[in-house]
Design a binder for this molecule. Sequence first.
Ligand code: HEM
Length: 397
Amino acid sequence: MSYPLTAPAALEPPVEWPELRRTCPVAHVTLPSGDRATLLTRYGDVRLALSDPRLSRAGLARPDAARITAIETGSIFDSPMARALNAEGPDRWRRMVGKWFTAKRMRALVPRIEAMADRLVDDMLEYGHPADLVRHLAFPLPVYVICDMLGVPESERDAFKNWSDIFLNLSKYTAAEMEAAHRDFGAYMSGLVDEKRQAPRDDLISQLIAATDAEGRPMSDLALAATGQALLLAGHETTAGFITTMAAVLLADRDRWERLLLDRSLIRSAVEEVLRYEPYPGFGMLRYVHEDTEVPSGALLAQGTTVVCSMAAANRDAAAFGGAEEMDLGRTPNAHLAFGAGPHSCLGQPLARTEMQTVLGVLLRRLPGLDLAVAPAQLRRVEGLITTPLRELPVRW
Ligand code: HEM
């Protein structure tokens, strides 16, 4: 079977998922490179593979690990950024950056995110309908939030948006454009680090400059600059994609939207349910198997195998979620795997949640009559590098 699987429509999951989960939870697949890998689709198996120390992401650098594509498309995995963070020690970097995402800080961010979303909605209203929710809200907002977190001034936000677009669209830009973007971004971030060193503020870069690890070592200047790019790459397209999916799935069935209009206390659980329900398969997360490992469905993952963990397929597993194919906006508990699991699970998940909840609140307040301007079947996905977001989401109000 070739992987990735295709979905029949933008808001529908691949037809193969139920059958795979039921009869072939550990499936042999061929990746676009021609390399063989093992696809996991059951909740228990995916959860274990993502978090068990016998499997790792670092192992994917081994020569016998499967590659997604034959040509190494992405300079991001071999960019100065990646090298700087590896030199820093990814675990150490994670511990230092992770301290930023406290509940207190996330609460304090809400009014700022709200103000940014309100302004974007103002511009969209001025533009008039039908408008593209991706261009007007879902794509810019997460970049603005990351800029705010890094301490980048408002005047530079659009430059960040363009850089991010270049980093994420490997096929749309030439190698020279890509190189120039990496160079300009690196130079900008180094300047920002110098500036924060002179005049620290209440932002992540200033905090990281002042921070030391358990051994008293500070983060290198190169890694400080690379942190900006890493967070932009990890937190932009993903969040933009989920804000778009959220609006799409909630509007595709008007009852869902109406239910939220009547009861805003459902916003939190609705966001979790959107994360679980995300119909599009995406690629999933790869892991390399270092030691033979038995997964809960009973199969053995042999040493040397590359596994593809389909979190989206696992999130529809009826063994883990009652009424798994239905959206239940009040679902609790909801231990979905959209942010992964284990030591590499999403570092920015408190921020992603805060953004999604805040945007949903703003949309319900400002645009209660929001609706899709096209039939759900007409929505199209764009093959992204990290996620596969909707190309555009035409809306009216
Ligand atoms: C809805 C939005 C998001 C989704 C669905 C998402 C999903 C994920 C997933 C599945 C992983 C795990 C990768 C793995 O297991 O190999 C991950 C890692 C990561 N995410 Fe997110 N993410 C989102 C938003 C963000 C945001 C807003 C940030 C920060 C600004 C962020 C920062 C990171 C970082 C730094 C990692 C790497 C953690 C590590 O390797 O230790 N993410 N994300």
